[in-house]
Design a protein around this ligand. Structure first.
Ligand code: DAH
Length: 358
């Protein structure tokens, strides 16, 4: 058959287009490549539609032949495209299936743990709740009256230096201890009363062993005929529950403005078991060879404190004590750096997952 030059040119163009398509298809690696090919060749603005639109410019006699060939090319291109699209999809699913290992253990969501300070605070509260104490809390921003005055620490009292107070104004402070809770609770209730009061306290102090914010817990009991023996018995029970039934306890005379008499309490060193030396024979760094570590301050509530809350010191007596929670946690868990409590270091904190509160 003799073909006109116009027809020949048209058929050449189709062939050229098909070869270019085939070459492009060979290079396809992912669905994005394939999509580019579809846009270039098969979309409404693609080169195939472009070529087909030229059909109408051919001589009448050439059109059947040209149309037939064009349709065949179009069909082949489209079939090849569909085939490749399905193939890529299958490959992708196969890869997904291979990447998923159903024998792997599942990933459980990460859960937080209680902070050691919270753990110890809750433990101490639990021990005292077992003795019938209530747990009370109060404001961290305190007035001079509750933080000092009512606790028998007058304006010019040297004990104010001990506290290194953070003042918000002349008469408003960040509480320097949890002792104001004694006053607040005694004002609100009448004896007999027994309470523990945990919470944050603040001092102008920041070095390796002091943080400007730390936690204390206060305890106090008021009733008729309460004696130092009650204090000693209560604290012995408490300290043995928290540390160990085997620890020894020692009272040393001390001074606090809000208690009279006052004492500081030491327990036999929980790190070296009171020996003063570590296992390897070196001096114990925690108790500095003394075999004892200081753990709390306490005493019989001063009559001046009772007067400040309107209790008759002739009728009532009571004891009070206060201790640092971080210090208890350090001794209990063998933590030797105070900063660990405030660094939010997750691997450190995560270790307390396995210490349930008693
Ligand atoms: N408030 C004292 C302090 O912060 C601790 C303290 C000592 C509390 C003796 C007391 C106590 O209740 O009787 O250092």
């Amino acid at each position: 058959m003799v073909t006109s030059s116009a027809l020949q040119a048209f058929l050449d163009k189709l062939q050229h287009l098909e070869s270019a398509f085939e070459a492009a298809v060979e290079e396809v690696e992912d669905p994005e490549d394939l999509e580019n090919i579809r846009v270039t060749y098969l979309s409404r603005r693609g080169s195939l539609v472009q070529a087909l639109s030229e059909l109408k410019d051919l001589p009448e006699a050439d059109r059947p032949e040209a149309g037939k060939t064009a349709n065949l090319v179009k069909q082949r291109l489209q079939d090849r495209y569909t085939q490749l699209r399905d193939q890529l999809q299958q490959q992708r699913e196969q890869a997904r299936r291979e990447a998923f290992d159903p024998t792997l253990p599942g990933r459980s969501p990460w859960t937080g743990t209680l902070h050691p300070v919270t753990l110890v605070s809750e433990e101490i509260c639990t021990v005292f709740q077992g003795l019938g104490y209530q747990v009370v809390t109060g404001p961290e921003v305190e007035t001079d009256f509750y933080n000092f005055e009512a606790l028998n620490i007058p304006q010019d009292h040297p004990a104010r230096d001990m506290q290194d107070t953070l003042y918000l104004s002349d008469s408003i402070v960040l509480r320097t201890h949890t002792s104001p809770l004694q006053i607040r609770t005694m004002q609100e209730q009448r004896p007999p009363l027994a309470a523990v009061a945990p919470g944050k306290v603040y001092r102008r102090d920041a070095d390796l062993t002091h943080s400007p914010m730390f936690n204390q817990i206060e305890g106090f009991l008021v009733d008729k005929e309460i004696s130092m023996a009650d204090l000693r018995g209560t604290l012995t029970h408490f300290l043995r529950r928290i540390f160990s039934q085997n620890i020894r306890i020692r009272f040393r005379p001390s001074f606090f403005p809000f208690t009279e008499p006052s004492a500081e309490v030491d327990i036999s060193c929980v790190i070296c078991s009171g020996k003063g030396y570590s296992e390897d024979g070196s001096p114990c760094r925690v108790c500095k060879q003394t075999g004892f570590v200081e753990i709390l301050g306490c005493g019989m509530i001063d009559p001046e404190v009772f007067k400040a809350v309107g209790y008759d010191p002739e009728s009532y007596s009571g004891f009070a004590f206060g201790l640092g929670i971080e210090r208890v946690a350090m001794l209990k868990y063998g933590i030797d750096d105070l900063r660990l409590f405030f660094d939010n270091d997750l691997p450190f904190l995560d270790q307390f997952r396995f210490y349930p509160a008693i």
